[in-house]
Structure formats: structure tokens, C-alpha cells
Design a protein around this ligand. Structure first.
Ligand SMILES: [Ca+2]
Ligand SMILES: [Ca+2]
Ligand SMILES: [Ca+2]
Ligand SMILES: [Ca+2]
Length: 500
């Protein structure tokens, strides 16, 4: 809108110019110049009002801006209890959220309770070796796993509150609080984009007076944890699988299937004009390509457990452990409507390397692969390509079945010696540990060097935590846009709070 205002004025000025010089005399010219300036000023003001351009520029909120350029639509705002002190001690079922536009609108908010507990507890004890008593971590709680519920059922400092950035509204400028909330319970959360510090949005948290639900009657996705052998607590084979599943996360924009703890073998993108075909053969893990002593299949047949499975209105959670001798090695999937954050916590004795790959669906047509080192995307067609390897920060596949951007972030340690890997070969010339016999755009991160001890049960361990943010889009995401999305994934939305 603002751009339009600027475009129109010079055009008007040009149209007046010949009139000034050629038709009119000097006195009349001065008069006309003043008149024309006044007219211009008037026109500018009029355009501002008519297009609601000027008055709203100052007031533009994060959510307005998001509507305009579709940025930050995917992103959550995460706040731990520690940072919302006034809310501590409130029952999570009574915390509700609103945005203010010209009226109050309820938005979905979710509280995920967490607690510090031992790994032995998650494994229902006895299966771990002796030193495990000291080994603890912070986990999302789940009544349907051995993690159990939170020791403090109220909102406490290690619990996490989440809502979507795009649900933010304007700064509240009304005298009345929303209906159905407890008086004077309001908290203002200002959210802003660290990449555009002049743009803010606001979300208001209240305690429900009784009738309002945190979900606001909406849900951005559905997670159905389905074990084929029956309920987890009674039937899960913790000491060794297989533990077949038919578990799905589904949202408006994508769906992913798990058929065992570490095995995810269906992924469909439904955003934009994406065809909705399954794009993956499997997500794969191993020490190194072609080395099958440890891989997804052996992880699933070894000991393991779930810390949490949760279907929530804002996001869903799948958290599990157990990768052979890395019994404490953990993966957490946080599913949002068009984004998925996959956290890997390696907790194992010194190992000779580790690799995480996607192998795409054999025969899937028209898809291309690129990453930050390879701006010229290559065709995924079962015929090998020239691809430069090195430290990649992001990767993308794009085509008729949609786009998936993978933004990799090493949280701890920051610098892990590593390289990337790409192979497009059908049939494959090296052993496939899992999945079919082709490497169809097989690609990802390969730590091709010794990783020192990361097991907290062994003295002198190092933390190892890596996150891969998956952004799901329709076909046609460009290299430039992928770079931008990667940058966004690295700069999460910020929040600050104020008691009303
Ligand atoms: Ca807690
Ligand atoms: Ca709690
Ligand atoms: Ca190729
Ligand atoms: Ca394959």
C-alpha cells in the first residue's frame, strides 16, 4: 500500500509540469504552483486515509505483517514458566490466550509440563547399568509413559507455554477485559521478530473463569500414537523390539508416519499445489553410509522407550530413547502446522561417527535437491549428480510433491567436524541398511570423525544436541527463499512479558 502511494505522486507531478510552463503566465504560475503543492499535500493525505496506509504503518502488528508477506507463519513462540512468573502456580487447564484486534479474540495456547527425572525411570528401571542413578534430564511428561505426570501439576518454572506467532494481534487499547476471564489476571506478551525489530505483536494471557478452554476450540494438527501390540504401559517391549506402529501426525499442510520407534517412512506435503505423494523411502541413521552394524533397524530391535507422546492444539510431541548402546540417546519431534523441529540428543560412549539422512521415494518424479553449497539444484532421478560436499547449514528438496527445507543447527557443541553426503543411484551400489535397494537423492549430514563420549553415565561426557527444523511448503521455493527461511529458523521469535 505504501509503495502505491509513492508511485502515484511522481506521476501526478509529471502530469502538472507542462501546464505550469506552457499555458500559464508568471503570476498565475506562482499561484498555480502553491495550489498544486497544496493539492499534492491534500492528495497525499487523502491517499493515506483512503488506503489506510499512513495511519496503520505505525500500528502494524506482527500478525498484520505476517498476513502481508507470509513470513513467520510457521513459527511458534516458546516461553518457559521461569519467564512468566505471575502465571506460576496456575492450573494449566485454566490458562487461556487472546489477541486484540478491534475486539478480543481467543487464540489457542498450550502448556507442556516438564520435569527432571532419571533415565532409569523412563525405562521403568532395572534395564540400565549401575551408574544411571545420577543420570537425569528434563523431559516432557506423559501419564501414559513411565515418565508419568509432573511432580507439580500446576504451571511451574520448567514447564513450557507455546502459541503461534501469527496469532498475535495489536496492543490492547480497550478498558474492558475479555468475557469469561478472572479479573486482573491478565499478562501482556509482546512478541517480535529479531530480524525486523520494528514489528511487534501482542498476545494476552488470562486465567479462565471456568468455561474457556486453552485450545480456544481449535487444533493445528493431530498426533495419533498407535502401537499395533496394544497400549504402551502394558505391551511395549522395552528390552527389545520390534514394536510396530501405525502412528501419524497430520496437519492441514503435511503428514508423517512412524512404523516403529525410529522408523519414519511416509511424508506427504499438502501445502500450496503440492501433489501430496509420499516423498520418502525412509529417514536413516547409521555410523557411515554403507555401514550396517548400527542403523534404524538395529535401534528398533534394541532396547528403548518413549518419554512422551502428546497430541496438543498448538503442537504435538513425540519423544523417545534407545539406540543400541546409546540407550539414553533421544529424539524429540515437535510438530507444528507447517514446521517440524527434530531434536537429537546423542548420549553414547565414544563412537566413530554418525550420520543422519533422508532417502527419498524411489521413482518420485520432478524433484530437485539443493543446499547452501549447491545453489544449482540437481535433479533427483536415480542418476548421480555433481554435488559439492562440506559443512551444509540447510538442504532442500523441491518439486511437484512440495518443498521440504531442512535447517540444521548444532546447539552443543557449536562446531562439530562434519561433512555432507549426496547420492542418487538406482539401484544403489552400496549396501542399504534399511528401506529399499535404491538411493534416491539420499542426502544429509555426516559426522565422519570420532565423537567423544556423550553418555552422562560415563564421567567426562560432552553434551551433544542438534536440531533440524523442517519447513514444509508447496512447489517452487527458490534458492533465495530457502536461504531466507533458514535464517528465520535460526532466529526464533522473541517475547517479553508485562503484568496488566
Ligand atoms: Ca514441571
Ligand atoms: Ca507443572
Ligand atoms: Ca540425479
Ligand atoms: Ca531407498
Amino acid at each position: 500500500m505504501r509503495q502505491k502511494t509513492y508511485d502515484i505522486l511522481p506521476a501526478r507531478r509529471a502530469a502538472f509540469a507542462p501546464l505550469h510552463r506552457e499555458i500559464l503566465g508568471p503570476a498565475c504560475l506562482r499561484y498555480m504552483l502553491v495550489l498544486s503543492m497544496l493539492l499534492r499535500l491534500h492528495l497525499a493525505i487523502w491517499l493515506c486515509i483512503a488506503q489506510a496506509g499512513c495511519a496503520q504503518v505505525e500500528k502494524t502488528t506482527l500478525s498484520d505483517r505476517i498476513e502481508e508477506d507470509a513470513i513467520r507463519r510457521e513459527d511458534p513462540v516458546l516461553i518457559s514458566g521461569f519467564d512468566i512468573e505471575p502465571l506460576l502456580g496456575t492450573s494449566p487447564e485454566t490458562i487461556v490466550a487472546f489477541r486484540y484486534t478491534d475486539k478480543w479474540e481467543q487464540i489457542p495456547v498450550q502448556i507442556d509440563q516438564r520435569k527432571v527425572t532419571t533415565f532409569a525411570n523412563l525405562y521403568n528401571s532395572s534395564t540400565l547399568s549401575e551408574n544411571e542413578e545420577e543420570a537425569k534430564s528434563l523431559f516432557y511428561t506423559d501419564e501414559n509413559s513411565y515418565t508419568g505426570g509432573d511432580d507439580d501439576p500446576l504451571f511451574d518454572s520448567d514447564d513450557e507455554l507455546v502459541f503461534m506467532a501469527r496469532d498475535a494481534g495489536r496492543k490492547f487499547s480497550s478498558l474492558s477485559e475479555p468475557d469469561g476471564v478472572r479479573k486482573d489476571s491478565g499478562i501482556e506478551i509482546r512478541v517480535w521478530d529479531p530480524l525486523r525489530t520494528n514489528v511487534s505483536g501482542y498476545v494476552y494471557l488470562f486465567e479462565s473463569a471456568g468455561a474457556l478452554e486453552p485450545s480456544a476450540g481449535r487444533s493445528y494438527g493431530t498426533y495419533e500414537f498407535m502401537l499395533l501390540n496394544g497400549d504402551y504401559l502394558e505391551n511395549y517391549r522395552i528390552e527389545g523390539g520390534p514394536n510396530p506402529e501405525e502412528t501419524w501426525y497430520r496437519s492441514k499442510y503435511y503428514e508423517r508416519r512412524f512404523s516403529d520407534r525410529w522408523k519414519t517412512d511416509r511424508l506427504r506435503i499438502k501445502k500450496g499445489s503440492a501433489s501430496g505423494e509420499n516423498i520418502i523411502d525412509m529417514a536413516k541413521l547409521m555410523f557411515a553410509p554403507g555401514h550396517c552394524d548400527r542403523h534404524v533397524g538395529t535401534f528398533n530391535s534394541g532396547a528403548g522407550c518413549f518419554a512422551a507422546n502428546k497430541d496438543g492444539p498448538v503442537r504435538s510431541i513425540r519423544s523417545y530413547l534407545g539406540a543400541n548402546s546409546g540407550m539414553l540417546t533421544q529424539r524429540v519431534h515437535l510438530f507444528y502446522e507447517s514446521r517440524e523441529d527434530v531434536h537429537t540428543h546423542l548420549r553414547v560412549h565414544t563412537i566413530r561417527g554418525a550420520a543422519t539422512f533422508y532417502d527419498y521415494k524411489t521413482g518420485l518424479k520432478g524433484m530437485r535437491y539443493c543446499n547452501n553449497l549447491n545453489p544449482e539444484c540437481v535433479q533427483i532421478d536415480g542418476k548421480d549428480d555433481e554435488v559439492e560436499v562440506g559443512i551444509v547449514s540447510w538442504e532442500m528438496i523441491e518439486g511437484p510433491a512440495g518443498s521440504m527445507l531442512l535447517s540444521h543447527r548444532f546447539i552443543s557443541p557449536k562446531d562439530v567436524p562434519r561433512t555432507s553426503y549426496y547420492r542418487d543411484e538406482s539401484p544403489a551400489l552400496i549396501t542399504q541398511c534399511d528401506g529399499d535397494e535404491s538411493m534416491w537423492g539420499f542426502s544429509g549430514i555426516w559426522i565422519n570423525d570420532t565423537i567423544p563420549n556423550t553418555d552422562p553415565r560415563i564421567e567426562g561426557y560432552e553434551q551433544f544436541h542438534v536440531v533440524t527444523t523442517h519447513i514444509y511448503e508447496g512447489p517452487g521455493v527458490t534458492f533465495h527463499s530457502a536461504e531466507e527461511k533458514d535464517n528465520i529458523a535460526r532466529n526464533s521469535v522473541k517475547a517479553s512479558i508485562r503484568k496488566l
